[in-house]
Design a protein around this ligand. Structure first.
Ligand code: PMP
Ligand code: GLN
Length: 364
């Protein structure tokens, strides 16, 4: 959709990335890191200074002490962390439970590892997990559960009771949890829940974060994964041969930035809530129905009142005829509910971009 938007000159609210610059001080630190010679391989597990800074961040936000040496691994984006964890844990014939719709890289990673995905459908407009349906999917072959909160593409957030239900369902089984928390600081109106805060679940979990989301730097591709030492050993065996290490000057810059500004991500929720509200208010008079958005920088719209096209065709039509690019939601499902007409807009954009896109969409 980004490629099509560029080709047709449409406003691109499809792929999730900001159209505004990151903090200038971070850019300055990255330039300095390059100019002062941080240009060779970092240790395989990540620069120690960055792993220490990540440990402090986790302690500050989640009141949890993590060992920077054997529980934190820096990766080339959250994507690599997710791939490494799945490749390390999932083997031929293992079953992995996903919640549908699910971020697109989970299933291919599971399939490449020889695993099979089982899916619990989340239903619009709230997309709440159904814990009975989840329990019904558990078998002796279930190896891993993949969760994601705040959730891409729906913008829904789990509650503390969801983590407890998950724990109750798997406690007596030999199952791991991979928690994709890349939008951990982008949640609105209530506190985010993180697996870091669940004292039992965390012992079985690998938690993934992304500096791309938290510092408006999606092109840097620097993320990290926190896991118990015995699981960290395993995922590092994959990381070693997938990327070995992540861009050293970018790690150095992020470490210095986190040390200088330990609160740097704290106002991210306020920042994005304002953007969400600009978009929602500007679309209030349109024929799109707005679904709830509790977190992430994605807003779902129901276009049933406007068109009978399927969502892929509708997105192509929107780019072509209206000059706005969105993402069809069916691509995140194994089997999208029949007749569901939902598209996703990214509001990590300048207010002027959001207002012009909304003006075009309101004209429909
Ligand atoms: N998980 C989710 C839910 C995402 O939205 C993204 C963003 N592309 C990623 C993982 C990957 O993050 P990164 O860009 O740090 O690889
Ligand atoms: N996370 C981004 C999104 O959901 C996409 C990153 C990508 O294009 N792979 O839009």
């Amino acid at each position: 959709m980004s490629a099509l938007a560029a080709e047709k000159g449409a406003i691109n609210l499809s792929q999730g990335f900001p159209d505004f610059p990151p903090d200038a001080r971070l850019l300055e630190r990255a330039s300095q890191a390059i100019l002062t010679g941080n240009n060779q391989y970092s240790p395989m597990t990540g620069l120690p200074i960055l792993r220490e800074a990540i440990a402090s961040l986790i302690e500050h936000h989640y009141d949890r002490k993590v060992n920077a040496f054997d529980e934190i691994t820096v990766t080339s984006g959250a994507s690599e962390a997710i791939f490494d964890a799945i490749a390390a844990l999932v083997h031929n014939g293992d079953e992995v439970i996903l919640f549908d719709p699910a971020y697109d890289l989970y299933e291919p990673a599971v399939t490449l590892a020889g695993g099979v995905c089982r899916r619990v459908t989340l239903t619009a407009p709230e997309f709440r997990p159904d814990w009975q349906a989840f329990a019904d999917l558990l078998t002796d072959k279930t190896r891993l559960v993949l969760i994601n909160t705040p959730h891409n593409p729906t913008g829904s957030c789990w509650l503390a009771e969801d983590l407890e239900s998950l724990w109750q369902a798997i406690a007596s089984r030999d199952i791991y949890v991979l928690s994709d928390e890349v939008y951990e600081f982008i949640h609105f109106g209530k506190s985010a829940v993180s697996v870091h805060q669940h004292p039992e679940l965390i012992k079985r979990s690998l938690v993934v974060s992304s500096f791309g989301k938290s510092f408006h730097l999606t092109g840097w591709k620097v993320g990290y994964i926190v896991a118990p030492a015995e699981l960290t050993v395993e995922l590092r065996k994959v990381h070693q041969f997938v990327s070995f290490c992540t861009a050293t000057p970018l790690q150095q810059a992020l470490a210095e930035h986190l040390i200088a500004l330990p609160e740097a991500s704290a106002d991210l929720a306020v920042f994005y809530q304002q953007k969400r509200d600009v978009l929602r208010s500007a679309l209030a008079g349109s024929r799109f129905a707005l679904l709830p958005c509790e977190g992430t920088y994605f807003q779902l719209l129901d276009y049933s009142a406007i068109s009978d096209l399927d969502d892929v065709a509708f997105c192509e039509w929107l780019i072509d005829q209206v000059g706005v690019a969105a993402i069809p939601i069916s691509v995140f499902y194994q089997q999208a509910p029949k007749d569901q007409r939902l598209i996703r807009l990214c509001f990590a954009k300048e207010d002027s971009t959001l207002l012009e896109a909304a003006r075009r969409l309101t004209a429909l």
